[in-house]
Design a protein around this ligand. Structure first.
Ligand code: FAD
Ligand code: UDP
Length: 378
């Protein structure tokens, strides 16, 4: 049978596209090189807990249409991301930077007191820059000092950022934290979006729902028999690495990756929160995720006597590792543009998703993007 679409990759982009196409009667075949569907949102079930195998995923959006769409596939729970940071001084702080953080850092209790303290710290940074004859922040460190001051920079930003990017804050561009949220309210919700949550029963249910009605082949790499797979359908939706699609003819795109160390612990509640950041440079990992807190709230945490945690280590990507974050520097951007230019000349291949477009997408914008691309097909 000839398919309308051969979709390479069963991540959120491929699965959403397949769902939309099937809904209008198109025949789709999804091939996936891994032994499971879902791409990076896939969860492993360990000790009856959904473990976010490729990194913690929190769905958040203000787009009501996308929120209603995902909830029509599987209802989402009320998880609200409120990370905690363990600082080099041994104390814990709420994130994002808000009145709770300022109280914990300086003992200030009102927005006015917090503002006064922030102004004092910013002034110090301004004077320092003036002494050095600098008008605009030249790097991330100067930007952070201007935005939030020395105390928070040293305790909550410096170590974490240097671990995450593998470079000194003085060598990182200022724009990374130009929009650092500073909240003068007691609000620990990490996101500003109207909607957030985790699919009830886990992300695999979302992916299974999206792939209903689609033919699927796991453990199948498109490049293992490219000519054969290309003959199966009128059109191809490619969600793998764009440089691999073109046999790396211009060179290899680079990524940053994260290594996870996952451990089952024989106690019901280990750190009391889903996300705890470790902001000291002396701790080798950036954060620890305790997965059960994404789905079990209040006393329900104790309904499972075990828990599963993952330590996250940020590192440079090498062949064989998972390519997670595209590197947005000039070298990689220029290389991507070369691939994009030939991709645009393809008549029967659609490139979509984070690997095919060499672009970081959060889940909700990615789904919206799949909708937009699909609409253009009709
Ligand atoms: P992928 O999920 O990578 O899917 C691509 C699929 O294609 C994979 O399954 C792959 O195996 C398959 N494939 C590739 N090449 C081939 C081939 N040759 N043959 C067959 N199959 C192939 N977003 C949020 O909104 N909130 C979050 O909290 C969040 N956290 C994140 C944390 C991390 C560590 C990362 C990396 C991303 C996070 N995201 C988050 C973003 C989210 O993961 C993406 O938006 C989404 O997963 C991208 O889906 P995709 O389909 O484009 O790619
Ligand atoms: N950040 C920080 N301390 C923290 C958390 C975040 O300094 O405890 C900074 C850091 O520079 C990071 C940026 O804020 O690169 C964005 O962090 P977030 O965890 O939101 O980024 P993501 O992992 O989602 O890209």
């Amino acid at each position: 049978m000839k398919y309308d679409y051969l979709i390479i990759g069963s991540g959120l982009f491929g699965a959403t596209f397949a769902h939309l196409a099937c809904n209008v009667g198109k025949r789709c075949l999804v091939i996936e090189k891994r032994s499971h569907t879902g791409g990076n949102v896939y969860c492993d079930n360990i000790a009856d807990i959904n473990v976010h195998k490729y990194g913690a995923h929190i769905f958040h959006t203000s787009d009501e249409e996308i929120w209603n769409f995902v909830n029509s596939i599987v209802p989402f729970n009320r998880y609200t991301n409120c990370p905690i940071a363990k600082a080099p001084n041994g104390r814990m702080y709420n994130l994002p930077f808000n009145m709770n953080t300022f109280y914990q850092m300086w003992g200030v209790m009102t927005p006015e007191e917090a503002n006064a303290k922030l102004s004092e710290q910013r002034l110090e940074a301004q004077l320092r820059m003036k002494r050095e004859g600098v008008s605009d922040p030249r790097n991330l460190e100067e930007q952070a000092l201007m935005l939030i001051g020395k105390d928070i920079y040293e305790q909550l930003i410096k170590g974490y950022t240097e671990k995450q990017w593998g470079r000194k804050c003085t060598e990182l561009p200022a724009f990374i934290i130009r929009r650092l949220p500073v909240r003068l309210t007691f609000d620990n919700n990490y996101f500003n979006d109207n909607f957030q949550g985790i699919p009830i029963g886990g992300y695999n249910r979302l992916i299974d729902g999206l792939l209903e009605g689609t033919d699927l082949k796991l453990n199948t790499d498109f490049f293992s028999d490219r000519t054969y797979f290309e003959s199966l359908a009128d059109k191809i939706v490619f969600t793998g690495k764009i440089d691999e699609f073109y046999n790396y003819r211009f060179g290899k795109l680079e990524y940053r990756t994260v290594r996870f160390e996952t451990e089952i612990i024989d106690m019901p509640n280990w750190q009391g929160n889903a996300v705890v950041n470790y902001t000291s440079i002396d701790v080798p990992f950036t954060r620890i995720i305790e997965h059960k807190h994404f789905e079990l709230f209040g006393d329900r945490v104790y309904s499972n006597s075990k828990t599963v945690i993952s330590r996250e280590y940020s590192s440079e990507w090498q062949e064989g590792m998972e390519p997670f974050y595209p590197i947005n520097d000039n070298k990689n951007e220029e290389l991507y543009l070369k691939y994009k230019a030939i991709a645009q000349t393809e008549k029967n291949v659609i490139f979509g998703g984070r690997l095919a477009e060499y672009k970081y997408y959060d889940m909700a914008p990615l789904i919206k993007h799949a909708f937009d691309i699909f609409m253009k097909q009709k």
